[in-house]
Design a protein around this ligand. Structure first.
Ligand code: DON
Length: 304
C-alpha cells in the first residue's frame, strides 16, 4: 500500500467539495469563526510509518476526540469500577441529549456521549491528582510533542455550555456524580479545548492499533484487552446517532469531535485522523466521513 499516494488522491478528490455543504459548529462561539474550507488527513502505521496530506499540520479543537484519552485514563485509574456509573450501549440519540438520563436514573448510556464523558471526568477528579495536567502529559507523550489547552475556547464553551451544565446537574441529582459540578465541568471543558493537528492525533491514538502499547516507547498505555474495548466503544458509540452508518459505510472504530476531526483505527495495522470543520446533522465532519469512506474502499481495510 502506498499510503502517501492514497492520501494525496483523497485530498485531490475532497478539495473541490470544500465549502459546498455542512456547517461549522456554532454553539461554541470560538469554533464558529473557523474557516470551513479546510481538509487534512494523516496516518501512522503500527510500525511507525507516517504519511499526511492537505491541511494535516493545521491545529484544530479536538473537542469530543478528547473523550478517547479521558476514557483511557479512567480505565487505567478505576478499572472495572468505572462501569458502575457508565453503560456501554449506543444511545441512538444526539451527543448532548438529556432524555435517556431520566429513564436510566443518571447512568449515561456510554462514555462518548456528553453525559458519559462528564461521568468519566468525575471519575478522573475522584481518582486522579490533577486530571487536566495528567491528560496533557498523556497526550503529549503519545504524540511526542507538547500540547496545551486553548483557554479562549474553554472559556467560550464554559460561558455557553448550558446543556452540559444541565447534564452534570441531572447526573448529580441521581447521586451519581461524586464531585462538585463546576470542578467536573472545568475538566471536561478544558479537555475538549486542546488544539491538535491531524498528524499529532494519528500518533496519539496509535496505541489503539498496537494492542495498547505506546507508539514511541512501547510501554503498555493500557492492556490489550482494554484497547480492544475502547475500539469496540468507538465503533458502536464514537459517532453518536450515526454510529450504525459509520460502521456500514466505513467499518472502522471512529471517534469524532465538533471541531471537525475524526480519528479511526484499523486494529493491528494503523491509526488515522481526518479533519474538515463543516459538520453534518449528527455533528460529525461531513467531508471527514467521506474521506474515511474513500480510504476504506481504496485500501479494503475494515474490521469486517
Ligand atoms: O460538550 C460539547 O458539546 C463539546 N465540547 C464537544 C461535543 C463534541 O465534540 C461532539 N462531537 N461530535
Amino acid at each position: 500500500m502506498n499510503s502517501q499516494e492514497i492520501l494525496d488522491d483523497i485530498v485531490a478528490a475532497i478539495r473541490p467539495q470544500l465549502g459546498k455543504a455542512g456547517a461549522v459548529a456554532n454553539y461554541i462561539p470560538a469554533l464558529a469563526r473557523v474557516n470551513p474550507c479546510q481538509f487534512g488527513i494523516a496516518l501512522r502505521t503500527r510500525d511507525g510509518v507516517e504519511a499526511w496530506a492537505g491541511d494535516a499540520m493545521t491545529p484544530f479543537s479536538i473537542q469530543s476526540i478528547s473523550k478517547v484519552f479521558s476514557l483511557t485514563m479512567a480505565m487505567r485509574l478505576a478499572g472495572e469500577r468505572l462501569w458502575e456509573r457508565i453503560g456501554r450501549e449506543p444511545s441512538g440519540n444526539p451527543f448532548n441529549s438529556l432524555m435517556q438520563l431520566e429513564s436510566e436514573q443518571g447512568i449515561p448510556r456510554n462514555p462518548f456521549i456528553n453525559a458519559g464523558a462528564i461521568a468519566v471526568a468525575d471519575c478522573l477528579v475522584t481518582c486522579g491528582d490533577d486530571p487536566k495536567s495528567e491528560m496533557l502529559a498523556l497526550i503529549s507523550s503519545l504524540c511526542d510533542e507538547p500540547v496545551h489547552i486553548d483557554e479562549e475556547v474553554a472559556a467560550s464553551e464554559a460561558a455557553t455550555g448550558f446543556r452540559n451544565v444541565a447534564l452534570a446537574n441531572f447526573i448529580k441529582s441521581f447521586g451519581k456524580l461524586d464531585n462538585d459540578v463546576c470542578t467536573v465541568l472545568d475538566v471536561y471543558f478544558r479537555q475538549c479545548a486542546i488544539p491538535m493537528n491531524c498528524l499529532q492525533l494519528a500518533r496519539a491514538v496509535n496505541f489503539l492499533c498496537r494492542d495498547g502499547s505506546h507508539p514511541f516507547s512501547g510501554v503498555q498505555v493500557i492492556s490489550a484487552r482494554q484497547a480492544r474495548r475502547i475500539n469496540a466503544l468507538m465503533l458502536t458509540c464514537g459517532t453518536y446517532d450515526a454510529a450504525g452508518e459509520f460502521a456500514f459505510l466505513i467499518g472502522l472504530p471512529c471517534k469524532s469531535g465538533v471541531g471537525g476531526g475524526i480519528v479511526a483505527i484499523v486494529p493491528d495495522t494503523l491509526s488515522l485522523c481526518v479533519w474538515s470543520p463543516a459538520l453534518d446533522a449528527s455533528h460529525n465532519s461531513l467531508l471527514g466521513q467521506k474521506a474515511l469512506e474513500m480510504f476504506a474502499s481504496r485500501t479494503g481495510l475494515s474490521i469486517f
